[in-house]
Design a protein around this ligand. Structure first.
Ligand code: NAI
Length: 218
């Protein structure tokens, strides 16, 4: 599959791909080599037609009467998500959240290698989180260059987020994972993904209210 085909996939489908990836990884782990769209739909709680539509976006993987080849599908999604390579990553802001992310080992298992943490607080500089050192923000640009860092994770307070993003971009970073509650701006050629855990919490609150109303009128 060429890059052009990847670009045509809608963002709505891309957002669902990590979920497929997770389920397929689990099937592979259990040595399951093929699965029907009906079984996959039962497992994932999606309709079979939704699954067919999603997966048809990147090639005719399903075969009538055979279902899906789990390994082919897994590696195709892996490639689309850009997981067939590894990324060097740094975290800027080594407070509560920065340290919690640095303690997570799942990222490195997926090829996101944490190379360094940076902070302005002298009390934190020199400490290590799982063998990764917290360094002075003043040496960040040089580190990005010498260690060939691809991704910068912003875990500073809101007020420092844009300035941090600007520094990361200027130093050549091509992907920013922003946790600060600030709508930061980056140039076109830099990938930006914002994470707001509270959005998910608000969704939970909405669903709870919906269920409460349903109980009231049932
Ligand atoms: P924290 O105060 O524990 O950590 C922030 C760290 O950033 C501090 O160590 C501080 O010294 C450092 N820092 C500040 N300015 C800096 C700069 N210019 N360069 C380098 N380091 C700098 O805060 P916490 O709890 O870790 O939260 C960090 C950020 O993440 C906040 O913006 C918070 O609102 C956000 N947050 C986002 C969540 C989400 O779902 N997206 C969830 C929780 C927190």
């Amino acid at each position: 599959m060429g890059d052009n085909e990847v670009k045509k996939i809608s963002m709505a489908v891309i957002k669902r791909l990590p979920r497929y990836h997770r389920y397929l990884a689990e099937l592979l782990r259990r040595d399951i080599t093929r699965i029907s769209s009906a079984e996959l739909s039962r497992l994932m709680g999606l309709t079979a037609s939704q699954i067919r539509q999603d997966l048809n976006n990147f090639g005719g993987f399903g075969q009538q009467g055979y279902g899906y080849n789990v390994s082919d599908l897994y590696y195709a999604i892996n490639r689309i998500l850009g997981l067939n390579t590894s990324y060097n990553m740094i975290i800027v802001g080594a407070g509560n959240l920065g340290q919690a992310l640095a303690n997570n080992t799942d990222f490195s298992k997926r090829g996101f290698i944490l190379k360094g943490l940076f902070d302005i607080n002298p009390k934190l500089i020199g400490l290590k989180i799982r063998d990764v050192e917290i360094m002075d923000i003043d040496v960040m640009e040089e580190f990005i260059y010498t260690e060939e860092i691809d991704i910068g994770v912003i875990c500073t307070g809101r007020e420092s987020a844009q300035e941090t993003a600007d520094r990361l971009v200027k130093a050549g970073i091509k992907g920013i994972w922003n946790f600060a509650p600030e709508d930061i701006k980056v140039p076109e050629d830099v990938a930006l993904e914002n994470v707001h855990l509270s959005d998910s919490l608000l969704t939970l609150s909405y669903i709870m209210n919906e269920k409460k109303l349903a109980r009231k009128f049932s």
